[in-house]
Design a protein around this ligand. Structure first.
Ligand SMILES: [Cu+2]
Length: 347
């Protein structure tokens, strides 16, 4: 290394300088961020870097995979390549190494640089597939919501609860930074009609579109799902904190693509039921009791039908052997058996 020229040393200095500047600026921005800003759940924070605060357990898992898996791995590989590159440039340039070696292969090193990346990719794949499976295997949903993308707003339906066509558009005062600040709402994110869902419940999200492709995306819940005309795409989330969560259409869909945000309000079960009733729908409890009542009614009807059928069967069996008076007796004896059942159905 004694012959390392000025060029080599200069480059090394530049490289270490760049790395230390990067580290320093990252540290400075992190401390500045800690002082100046407080992250707000469900929305982006000014000057912040990295993820929004997570709003569900699945998002936490996704973030952990990136923060403790992919990001350190990417950083390590980048630094390794940088160091190797710097070493080659400094140690083996024309001045430092005037007589180059003539060999062209090294079996061991070639095996290593093939096998090690394969192993790294296998580990990444195992974690990725586990995460994909979690996103894919939806638990039994408590609420189904359907989000339809339109140019340029969203419409929301609760198909099972009888609530349809809630149009959700960007609020006028959110379109301008000054008016948004004055109103205390997030710029370009606040809508007139929000999508309301209950907390700690599995929400099944169906997406489609009425015109062109849109994308239903909410960072805090870690989903981004295309809304495609003529298709019904599915995802799910389970919000673990009450609050308001913002997202945006994430598929370029025309001139007002930037002005069709998504706002999800996560509320308690009681508030959710109140919202559904206000929208003219039926709550899950109402539907469940209706279902129980109609099941009971169906059971009663089936029971009374069976009684009638058996009465008729006995009547018809009695008929051939009896004289003209017997059918009247048979129907008279069948009648009381039917009556209590039909009386029970009536109320
Ligand atoms: Cu869109």
């Amino acid at each position: 290394m004694g012959t390392t020229g000025l060029f080599g040393r200069g480059l090394f200095k530049a490289a270490t300088g760049a790395v230390s500047t990067l580290i320093l600026s990252a540290a400075m921005s992190a401390s500045a961020f800690a002082e100046d800003t407080k992250e707000i759940l469900g929305q982006p924070t000014d000057k912040a870097m990295g993820w929004q605060l997570p709003g569900s357990a699945l998002k936490v898992k996704t973030e952990n995979f990136y923060d403790f898996g992919l990001f350190p791995l990417i950083t390590f590989i980048c630094l390794l390549v940088l160091v190797l590159l710097a070493w080659i440039v400094i140690r083996y340039n024309k001045k430092a190494n005037p007589v180059p070696a003539k060999f062209s292969h090294n079996t061991l090193i070639e095996i290593v640089w093939t096998v090690v990346p394969v192993l790294i990719l296998v580990v990444v794949a195992i974690y990725s597939l586990s995460l994909l499976r979690d996103y894919n295997d939806m638990p039994k949903p408590d609420v189904v919501v359907k989000a339809t993308g339109n140019q340029w707003f969203w419409t929301y339906d609760y198909p099972e609860l009888g609530v349809t066509d809630i149009e959700s558009r960007l609020r006028e005062d959110a379109k301008d930074l000054k008016t948004a600040k004055a109103a205390g709402i997030p710029y370009l994110l606040e809508v007139d009609n929000v999508l309301v869902v209950p907390v700690n419940r599995v929400v099944h999200v169906q997406t489609t579109a009425a015109d062109v492709i849109h994308s239903f995306t909410v960072p805090a819940f870690g989903f981004k799902i295309d809304a495609v005309p003529g298709r019904l795409n599915n995802t799910w989330f389970k919000a673990d904190k009450v609050g308001t969560y913002y997202g945006q259409c994430s598929e370029l869909c025309g001139k007002d693509h930037a002005y069709m945000p998504i706002e999800i309000k996560v509320v308690s079960d009681a508030e959710f039921d109140a919202f559904i009733i206000k929208q003219g729908g039926k709550t899950r409890a109402m539907l469940a009791s209706e279902a129980t009542a109609s099941a009971a009614a169906a059971e009663e009807a089936a029971a009374s039908a069976a009684v009638t059928a058996s009465a008729e069967a006995s009547a018809s069996a009695a008929a051939p052997a009896a004289d003209a008076a017997t059918p009247a007796t048979a129907s008279a004896s069948a009648a009381p058996a039917v009556t209590p059942a039909s009386a029970a159905v009536a109320p």
